[in-house]
Write a protein that binds this ligand. Structure first.
Ligand code: GLP
Length: 261
C-alpha cells in the first residue's frame, strides 16, 4: 500500500490525473473505474482540463461506476449515473455507450448485478479504480460487515451514510434512498490498480482504521491491504490520525522521479 500525503486537492488531482493520463496514453481504450461523491472531483477536473487543452483523448476509454441508488428515477440529478455524466463523462468526451452504471430499477436486480460483473469481465477488467471512503470506512456502498469477497449486489445503507449523503438531497434524510446496488469488495479488489482519495478531518479515523488497523469487514476499506497495487491519496487533515504519517511523507519525497504511483 502506498500512502501519499499532499498539500491540497489540486496536487491530488494532478498526481492521480497524471497517472490516468499516462495509462490512457499507453492504452487509449483503457477501462476506468469511476467513483462518485465529492472526493474524486479534483481528479475529474484535472482530467477535463487535460482534455480541453488537447493533451488527452478519453473518447476511447470504457468506464464503470461503483454503485447506484435504488429507486431514484434514472434522470434524477443525484442518481449516480446523472452525477457522473454531469461532473465527468460528458465534459471529458466519454460517450454514454461507453459509460456503464449498475442498473438498480425494476424487479430483476440480481440478474442486473450478475450482468454488471460479466460486463466488467468482458471489457477485460478494470485497469484503474478510483475510490472514496465513507466516514464509516465503506468503499463503494459496501457498509461495515460486507463480505470481503462480495460481488455486485443490493445493499441497505447504514443511517450514518444516509446522514452524510443528505447534503446532496436538500439536507433531507428522508429523500436519501435506503437501498443501493454496489460493486462488491471482491469486485473492487480485482481492479489492477486501486486509488483511494480522501480529504478532510471527517475521514481521518476511517482512513487510519483502513490503512493501519486490522483487516476487518467492520472497516470495508481495510480490504485494500490485500491489494498488490493500492494507492491512498490524502490531504493533511485526512492523514491526521495516521501513526506513521512522517514515514509515508519521507517515503514519497524520496521516491525516484521515474517511479509513478
Ligand atoms: C458515497 C459513495 C462512495 C463515496 C462516499 C464518500 O457513499 N457511494 O463511493 O466514496 O460517498 O463520499 P465523499 O467523497 O463525498 O465524501
Amino acid at each position: 500500500m502506498e500512502i501519499v500525503i499532499l498539500r491540497d486537492d489540486k496536487d491530488a488531482g494532478e498526481l492521480v490525473g497524471g497517472a490516468i493520463a499516462r495509462l490512457v496514453e499507453r492504452d487509449s481504450s483503457a477501462v476506468l473505474g469511476l467513483a462518485t461523491g465529492s472526493s474524486p472531483l479534483p481528479i475529474y477536473d484535472n482530467l477535463i482540463a487535460r482534455v480541453e487543452a488537447g493533451g488527452l483523448d478519453l473518447s476511447h476509454v470504457t468506464a464503470f461506476t461503483l454503485d447506484e441508488y435504488v429507486g431514484l428515477p434514472v434522470d434524477h440529478p443525484e442518481a449516480y449515473r446523472s452525477f457522473i455524466r454531469r461532473v465527468f463523462t460528458i465534459p471529458a468526451g466519454i460517450s454514454d455507450d461507453r459509460l456503464h452504471t449498475p442498473k438498480s430499477n425494476g424487479a430483476a436486480i440480481d440478474e442486473a448485478c450478475a450482468d454488471y460483473e460479466l460486463a466488467i469481465r468482458s471489457a477485460g477488467g478494470i485497469a484503474l479504480q478510483l475510490l472514496g471512503i465513507g466516514s464509516d470506512g465503506h468503499i463503494g456502498f459496501n457498509e461495515p460487515t460486507s463480505s470481503l469477497g462480495s460481488r455486485t449486489r443490493m445493499k441497505t445503507l447504514i443511517e450514518q451514510t444516509r446522514v452524510d449523503n443528505a447534503r446532496f438531497f436538500d439536507d433531507d434524510i428522508d429523500q436519501v434512498p435506503m437501498h443501493v446496488v454496489t460493486q462488491g469488495i471482491g469486485t473492487i479488489l480485482e481492479a489492477r490498480h486501486v486509488v483511494l482519495i480522501a480529504a478532510g478531518e471527517s475521514k481521518a479515523e476511517a482512513v487510519a482504521a483502513a490503512v493501519e488497523g486490522p483487516l476487518t469487514a467492520m472497516v470495508p476499506a481495510s480490504a485494500l491491504q490485500l491489494h498488490p497495487h493500492a494507492t491512498i491519496v490524502l490531504d493533511d487533515a485526512a492523514a491526521s490520525s495516521l501513526a506513521l504519517a512522517e514515514y509515508y511523507r519521507t517515503t514519497f519525497d524520496r521516491k525516484p522521479d521515474w517511479q509513478s504511483i
